[in-house]
Design a protein around this ligand. Structure first.
Ligand code: 5AD
Length: 438
C-alpha cells in the first residue's frame, strides 16, 4: 500500500539484512545485489522490495516521523496488560502472568485450557495478554497483502469449499495471464501494494509455464513480494515458480488431524500437503499456512495441533479463519464457529510463537464478524489482506457465502483499513522475517 515507511540498512550478512525504522530494528531477506549499509529500502512481509533514493526516503520519513511516534504511543497505551496480584490469582491469571513475563514455555495442557475458556471476561484477558506480547516483541508494525483471485475453476472436491469441482452453481471465470499481470501491476503502481498473493483453484488450464509467465511478467515490471496460492503444483512446479520470481507460498494444510483431512479431501493425504510445504520452505519460499477453525468433528486439541504444526513448519505467517458452511457443499448444514473461537486461536498462536509470528485477520473472519479486524488485531494479529480481484469477478469466488467487502470499492477498503490501523496505533514498518531456509 501507499502506506509504508522506508527503513535504513544497518547491516548485511549474505541474504539477511537488518533494517532500522525510527530506532527499531527488523530482519529481512534481501536479493538486491548492490545494496549497501546506509541505503534506504522498502520491505514488506520480511522481504526487501525495492531500494529508495536517499532524497525520497528522507522526504517520506520526515512526513512520517511525528505520526509514527504518535501511533507508537497509541499502540503502547492500547496494548497494556493489567497485572494481578499473583498470590491472589486464579489459574488464568497465573498462566497469563507467566506468559506476559516470557518466563518459561507454556505447557500444552495450559494452552488447551486457554482454548477452552468460555467466559467473555476471561477471553478478553487472554486477548489482552496476546496483544501485549505482540506489542512487546514486534512493536506496532503491521503488514498488508493484496490478493488477486484469478480463476475459480478447481479440479479438487474439498468438502467445505464453495469453489470445489462439486459445486455446479458457479459462474466460472479465468483471467488471462496478461489480465493478471495488469491487475497486479496496477495494484503495485497505483495503490502501492508491496506484497501480493496470486490465488486460484487447482486449475489445469494454466500450465506451469503460464503461471511462471504471470510471476515473471509482474516481477519484470514492478518490485513486489509475490506469493503463489494455486494449490499443489508439484515440487518441480514450485521450483520453476521460484525461478520465475515467486518468493512466497500461501497454502493451508487446513487441519492437522489426518483422519479429518482425509474425510474432507477425498483421495488426498495430509502428508503430501505437508511435503509440499516443507519442500517449498527448503527452496527458500516464505510460507503462509494454517487451518480452518470450527470444522465439523474438529476438537480444540486439533486446533492446538494446527497451531503447533504451523510453528513447526516455520511459517512466516499464520492464516487461521473460521469454517463457514457453503450451501453448494456436503457441509451445507453444518455451523460456523462463534467468533470467540477464532479470537482464542489467534491469541494462542501469538502465545505459541510470541516473538516471530505474523498473524493475519482473514476475510473469512471478517465475514463471520463485522468487527473482526479491530478484534483480531487486538488479540495478537498484526496483518491483514485486501482483495484486489476485479469487482465483477469477486462475487464469483465464493469460498464461503456472503463474503465481506463484496460491494466495497478498493479505495473504500483501503481507507477503512487505514482508519482502523490508525485508531489502533499500527504503523507500516515491516515486521521483519523470522524463518529462512539456510
Ligand atoms: N469457509 C472458510 N474458509 C474456506 N476456505 C475454503 N472453503 C471455506 C469455507 N467454507 C478456505 C480454505 C482454503 C482457502 C483458499 O479458503 O482454507 O485454503
Amino acid at each position: 500500500m501507499c502506506y509504508s515507511i522506508p527503513g535504513r540498512v544497518v547491516s548485511i550478512d549474505g541474504r539477511t539484512i537488518i533494517i532500522d525504522y525510527f530506532g527499531e530494528q527488523r530482519r529481512a531477506v534481501n536479493e538486491i545485489s548492490n545494496l549497501k549499509v546506509g541505503d534506504y529500502i522498502y520491505a514488506q512481509g520480511g522481504y526487501v522490495i525495492d531500494a529508495v533514493p536517499d532524497a525520497e526516503a528522507q522526504e517520506v520519513l520526515a512526513l512520517w516521523k511525528e505520526l509514527f511516534f504518535e501511533l507508537q504511543e497509541r499502540d503502547q497505551h492500547l496494548s497494556g496488560f493489567k497485572r494481578m496480584d499473583k498470590r491472589a490469582g486464579d489459574r488464568l491469571s497465573l498462566i497469563l502472568e507467566r506468559i506476559v513475563a516470557d518466563e518459561e514455555e507454556v505447557a500444552e495442557e495450559e494452552l488447551l485450557y486457554l482454548l477452552n475458556l468460555e467466559g467473555k471476561e476471561d477471553i478478553a484477558r487472554l486477548m489482552q495478554a496476546a496483544n501485549y506480547l505482540r506489542h512487546k516483541h514486534l512493536g506496532n508494525s503491521c503488514c498488508i497483502h493484496g490478493i488477486i483471485e484469478f480463476s475459480n475453476y478447481c479440479r479438487q472436491s474439498c468438502g467445505y469449499c464453495g469453489i470445489s469441482a462439486r459445486n455446479k452453481g458457479l459462474k466460472p471465470y479465468r483471467m488471462t495471464p496478461e489480465e493478471v499481470v495488469k491487475a497486479a501491476c496496477e495494484a503495485i503502481d497505483k495503490y502501492g501494494f508491496k506484497a501480493l498473493v496470486l490465488q486460484s483453484g487447482e486449475d489445469s488450464a494454466y500450465s506451469i509455464d503460464n503461471l511462471c509467465q504471470i510471476v515473471s511478467g509482474i516481477r519484470e515490471r514492478e518490485p513486489a513480494l509475490i506469493f503463489v496460492s494455486c494449490g499443489e503444483v508439484g515440487l518441480p512446479g514450485l521450483q520453476r515458480l521460484y525461478e520465475a520470481g515467486a518468493r512466497g507460498l500461501l497454502m493451508r494444510f487446513e487441519t492437522s488431524n489426518s483422519r479429518l483431512y482425509e474425510q474432507l479431501h477425498p483421495g488426498r493425504r495430509l502428508d503430501s500437503r505437508l511435503e509440499h510445504l516443507r519442500a517449498a520452505f527448503d527452496m527458500g519460499y516464505l510460507l503462509i499456512t494454517g487451518g480452518l477453525i470450527g470444522l465439523p468433528g474438529q476438537t480444540r486439541e486439533d486446533i492446538l495441533g494446527d497451531i503447533s504444526l504451523t510453528k513447526s513448519l516455520q511459517a512466516e505467517m499464520y492464516s487461521f479463519g473460521p469454517f463457514i458452511p457453503h450451501p453448494g457443499t456436503p457441509l451445507a448444514n453444518s455451523h460456523s464457529p462463534a467468533a470467540a473461537e477464532v479470537l482464542k486461536a489467534l491469541a494462542v498462536a501469538r502465545i505459541v510463537d510470541a516473538r516471530n509470528a505474523k498473524i493475519v485477520v482473514t476475510t473469512s473472519f471478517e465475514t463471520l464478524e463485522k468487527d473482526a479486524r479491530r478484534q483480531g488485531l487486538s488479540a495478537g494479529a498484526n496483518s491483514v489482506m485486501i482483495s484486489l480481484t476485479p469487482d465483477a469477478l469477486r462475487r464469483e469466488y465464493p469460498l464461503y457465502p456472503d463474503r465481506a467487502h463484496l460491494n466495497e470499492s478498493l479505495e473504500n477498503q483501503i481507507s477503512d483499513l487505514l482508519e482502523i490501523l490508525s485508531d489502533l496505533g499500527r504503523a507500516p514498518t515491516d515486521i521483519g522475517v523470522s524463518h529462512t531456509a539456510s
